[in-house]
Ligand binder design. Structure first.
Ligand SMILES: [Zn+2]
Length: 78
């Protein structure tokens, strides 16, 4: 089986947003994917992003599956 990168079309189906994470200052934010083509690969979106807090381009984007909320003990919303 071939592993296919996740695209916006996949997320649309699941109604899941895209989340960006700054590697430099650890800021996370939801990405507006409006206007992007459906075949856009989620992890590639990061290449055109810049952190709004520190200006870094070391961004990681990944799908945020609401029904698969990761539980990180020790990671709290501050
Ligand atoms: Zn940053």
């Amino acid at each position: 089986m071939e592993e296919r990168p996740v695209t916006l079309a996949d997320l649309k189906e699941l109604n899941a947003p895209v989340r960006a994470h700054c590697d430099n200052c650890q800021k996370t934010a939801y990405v507006s994917t409006e206007g992007m083509p459906e075949h856009t690969i989620i992890i590639h979106i990061a290449r055109r992003l810049r952190c709004s807090r520190c200006g870094s381009t070391k961004i990681v984007t990944r799908p945020c599956y609401q029904h698969m909320v990761p539980q990180h003990p020790g990671e709290q919303n501050r």
